[in-house]
Ligand binder design. Structure first.
Ligand SMILES: O=C(O)CCC(=O)C(=O)O
Ligand SMILES: [Fe+2]
Length: 295
């Protein structure tokens, strides 16, 4: 199967000019090169929950995507709050220095999905069917779908000079990001692979990271143009402070779900974007009617 264009998407730039498909033939799933890419990604995902496809973006695409991000930056929603790794409240029944009671600055923001133009090159990559099929293959899932959420489906994660994303776990099973603008100093992605498991929170290990004892921590040497697939449910991770003299760090965050038609929860949406849309309110009401689950 050879898929060169992306005729369904209104982006005027063909996908072949945005991605380096000669080096990474994700459009040729029957080729031996594709099989070895998938095997390599599966191996590193199994080992430490992280896979990087280096320089998936074609070099000509980087300035196009960076310019696009700068155009939509007025839609940025920023915040600066202390968080614990669980995005939860503290627990007064536990010691003050417990991991749950250790709050570290999370500063930065998101540009939401509804800020992107219909012709966006970033959106064209996000929705490109062979990319979804490739990511599903790497994750050993039958298929994945674009997250239907009109704000959280596709976002730009922004860390301006002086900002950082403190240690945390993700709530989704996997995240797909492309680094578009890297910091000149700081802004490093660090993670402690599988520091917790479904039946062991390992609060001591988490606390060590919070105290800057980084024995279990790896620093990913990401470059602008790299695509990262990351399982952040069990691997504590952060982005270190972007130096005050550095340019802003921008990552495109591609959110996918295993089921089609999923949208985010009302409260979390308000937390992340400072607002929600009528569709979030309606979905919340429909949920309350059909079940009483917490999430
Ligand atoms: O910007 C990044 O590299 C990822 C940040 C992160 O961990 C997240 O958005 O959950
Ligand atoms: Fe994260």
């Amino acid at each position: 199967m050879i898929l060169v264009g992306h005729p369904q998407h209104p982006c005027p730039i063909p996908i072949t000019e945005l991605l380096d498909l000669a080096r990474h033939p994700i459009d040729r799933p029957n080729s031996p090169e594709y099989s070895s890419m998938v095997a390599e990604a599966r191996k590193t995902l199994a080992e430490d929950g992280c896979a990087v496809i280096p320089q998936l973006l074609a070099s000509a695409a980087l300035p196009i995507m960076s310019a696009e991000i700068h155009r939509i930056r007025p839609f940025l929603h920023e915040s600066r709050i202390p968080i614990n790794p669980y995005f939860s409240e503290g627990d007064l029944t536990l010691p003050a220095d417990h991991a749950i009671n250790t709050f570290i600055e999370r500063s930065g923001g998101f540009i939401p999905r509804d800020a992107f133009d219909a012709t966006s090159a970033i959106d064209a990559i996000y929705q490109w069917p062979p990319l979804l099929a490739f990511i599903a293959d790497c994750l050993e899932l039958p298929q994945i779908h674009c997250f239907s959420d009109p704000l959280a489906g596709l976002t730009i994660n922004v860390l301006d000079p002086g900002q950082q994303f403190a240690w945390h776990y993700d709530t989704n099973d996997f995240a797909v990001t492309i680094l578009v603008d890297e910091a000149s100093k700081g802004g490093l992605f660090q993670y402690s692979p599988n520091i917790r498991s479904a039946d062991n929170e390992n609060f001591e290990g988490v606390k060590a990271c919070q105290d800057e004892n980084l024995a279990t921590v790896r620093t990913l040497q990401l470059q602008a143009g790299d695509l990262q697939i990351f399982r952040g449910r069990f691997s504590l991770h952060r982005v270190t402070r972007v130096d005050r003299d550095s340019p802003a760090r921008h990552t495109a965050v591609f959110a996918y779900t295993e089921r089609p038609g999923v949208i985010g929860r009302l409260e979390r949406t308000k937390q992340l974007f400072g607002r929600a849309l009528p569709i979030h309110e309606e979905a919340e009401q429909a949920r309350t009617r059909t079940d009483r689950l917490m999430d």
